[in-house]
Write a protein that binds this ligand. Structure first.
Ligand SMILES: Cc1cc2nc3c(=O)[nH]c(=O)nc-3n(C[C@H](O)[C@H](O)[C@H](O)COP(=O)(O)OP(=O)(O)OC[C@H]3O[C@@H](n4cnc5c(N)ncnc54)[C@H](O)[C@@H]3O)c2cc1C
Length: 404
């Protein structure tokens, strides 16, 4: 693996996630006020309930709302419409040692032409990462950006494919191959996002096959593991065993999982047990156990911890110290979403850890579903906006006091 570093003393002590001066150093006073206003607005449950429909309708009716969205919620959570648009953001994050993961936002068009277009765009993000190695540590793609959910689900169920479906699946494999081979050629790490559980067996098989061939010297291809599933710890252990037996490195993005409600609802509708843990505590436990297992086997597993959970972040920092890993060990990355949990990202980066932000980009209408999800998770219904808003307010108060 590339550049493993050992470090004698514990780096955990230097990490202070509560430092808002570091967290928001890249926001001017004006931008800080704008962010406070934004989180207050999206913290309003009524705005979250009605906003997305209103925005969608207004965009369809070509009402002049694009500019407003772009200047507010879009500019907070997104990098821009195109890769070049994102450059100032990439450089700004980079100036604080925070990397970028360009996340092309288009969600499943359904036609081969759409999938080929997404494939080409992902290849462009890999080229961009290769040109800006110190700023862009990973590229990423979603399986449903290059394949239909129906086809992947049919394969997952083990059903016989028609000749046309088999041909379509060969094209899907070709897209996975083209993206990951290009990443390997350019030595850019590539992550495969995880989506619904009913396509994951197929995605896992594709990812493992690619890792077995392309991760011989270091982890280039990273599969995603959702620890809200009760079977994933065993899955990680089995993948590790396969990697060991076949002499390749395992690349894993560890997340809790984003489709909780949908998974539970579909399982209930189909009369089968839910694949999801019975409680948040159980998910937290599984996530943290996964961190422990991966760090203990860091000689063969590289991870990207995609999380906004402070306890998990602190745990990973402690585990790195226990295993004498330097904060900038190339095998351990942390990642958060742009515009969220800056206190985690920027404080980790300031303490020398490798951190990156998912920076979604695309048109306003392509990003509307993404922005809706961000607004929903920050709505006060879930009691979550308070953390972002509290931190922003604390920084505002700190700056005001400092000026006196
Ligand atoms: C960089 C990055 C990449 C990501 N990539 C993906 C991806 O590819 N696929 C994907 O699915 N998600 C992805 N996510 C989203 C992620 O899965 C989580 O939804 C999100 O980060 C919130 O979890 P958390 O670890 O930040 O912590 P927290 O906010 O502490 O945890 C919230 C999570 O806990 C779980 N949870 C909540 N309530 C319960 C309950 N009652 N029972 C069981 N579990 C519960 C859910 O997974 C929920 O999202 C990504 C997130 C980041 C930051």
């Amino acid at each position: 693996m590339s550049n493993p570093k050992r470090q004698p003393e514990a780096p955990a002590a230097q990490l202070d996630l509560t430092n808002t001066a570091i967290a928001f150093a890249s926001l001017s006073d004006e931008q800080l006020k704008q962010a406070i206003f934004l989180f207050k607005v999206i913290g309003n449950p009524l705005v979250v309930k009605l906003g997305p429909t209103f925005a969608d309708l207004s965009l369809k009716l070509r009402l002049p709302i694009q500019g407003l969205i772009k200047k507010t919620i879009f500019s907070h959570f997104c990098g821009g419409e195109t890769i070049p648009d994102c450059l100032p953001r990439i450089e700004k994050l980079g100036s604080k040692s925070v990397g970028t993961i360009l996340d092309f936002a288009r969600e499943g068009g359904g036609q081969d032409a759409d999938f080929d277009l997404v494939t080409q765009e992902i290849i462009r993000t890999i080229d961009m990462a290769a040109q800006h190695r110190s700023l862009i540590p990973f590229a990423v793609f979603k399986p449903t950006g290059v394949a239909t959910l129906d086809l992947l689900a049919k394969l997952d169920r083990g059903e016989q494919l028609s000749a046309d479906e088999q041909a379509a699946f060969e094209r899907v494999k070709g897209r996975f191959e083209a993206i990951c081979q290009h990443a390997a050629k350019k030595r850019v790490r590539i992550m495969i996002d995880a989506e619904e559980t009913w396509i994951q067996k197929t995605v896992d098989a594709l990812a493992m096959d690619l890792m077995a061939r392309l991760n011989k010297e270091q982890a280039i291809v990273f599969n995603t593991v959702q620890l809200y599933r009760h079977d994933r710890l065993e899955f990680i252990k089995a993948c590790h065993q396969t990697a060991k037996e076949n002499g390749f490195y395992l690349g894993l993005k560890l997340v809790r999982g984003a489709y909780l409600e949908k998974e539970n609802n579909v399982a209930a509708r189909e009369g089968r047990p839910s694949p999801i843990n019975p409680s948040k505590e159980a998910t937290d436990r599984e996530y943290n156990e996964a961190l422990k297992f991966c760090v203990a086997h860091v000689d063969r597993i590289a991870i990207c911890a995609g999380t906004h959970n402070e306890d998990s972040v602190r745990l990973l920092v402690e585990l790195m110290a226990q295993h004498h890993l330097a904060p900038n060990d190339e095998r351990i990355h942390f990642a958060q979403l742009l515009g969220m949990s800056d206190h985690i990202s920027f404080n980790l980066a300031a303490a020398g850890y490798l951190v990156a932000k998912y920076v979604p980009y695309g048109t306003v209408s392509e990003l509307l579903p993404y922005l809706t999800r961000r607004a929903q998770e920050n709505s006060s219904v879930l009691g979550q906006s308070s953390r972002e808003l509290d931190l922003l307010n604390r920084e505002y108060a700190r700056r005001k006091a400092a000026k006196k």
